[in-house]
Design a protein around this ligand. Structure first.
Ligand SMILES: [Zn+2]
Length: 155
């Protein structure tokens, strides 16, 4: 056996269980890759949610400033109306875009059964919400609960 090992340039352990060791290390590598992929996806979702607030807050702030200007600075009625309309359209447009980003980043977790899923755009947009926690119907158990935003499909 030792001679065979020497001839093949492997140790006895490898001769006896070479295939198993290779399978093990392969499994570990696959597991590691999966974990890295999961982390990457999680990070991508985190960045998307950051981007949501980065587009939403400045636009809402600018819109509010415009509305204040329209009401407190003396100007003609048509200009006041135009400015207000512009501010409202801007706030709504950006809010709709922000909901789209939020809907696509990560999942919502059902409070009742723990199911994590991605709802449709309109289901997300029309749901009552407090921040990113939305009151929606779970597709798995059918219950309506306040569902919080999570970054991964599993814990
Ligand atoms: Zn559920």
């Amino acid at each position: 056996m030792l001679e065979l090992c020497d001839f093949l340039k492997i140790n006895v352990n490898e001769l006896l269980s070479g295939e198993k060791i290779m399978a093990d290390s392969y499994d570990k590598r696959a597991e590691k890759n999966l974990l890295a992929m999961k982390r990457e996806l999680e990070e991508k979702n985190r960045q998307m949610l950051r981007a949501e607030y980065l587009v939403l807050f400045p636009a809402v702030l600018a819109g509010i400033v415009l509305i204040f200007v329209a009401f407190y600075v003396s100007m003609s009625a048509w200009l006041r109306a135009l400015l207000t309309a512009f501010a409202l359209v801007m706030i709504f447009t950006v809010a709709f875009i922000a909901v789209g980003i939020e809907q696509k980043a990560g999942y919502y977790a059902c409070q009742s059964c723990g199911h994590r899923y991605v709802p449709t755009y309109w289901q997300t947009n029309l749901a009552c919400h407090a921040g990113r926690t939305r009151y929606m119907k779970c597709p798995a158990c059918g219950k309506r609960t306040w569902q919080r935003k999570v970054l991964t499909k599993e814990d």
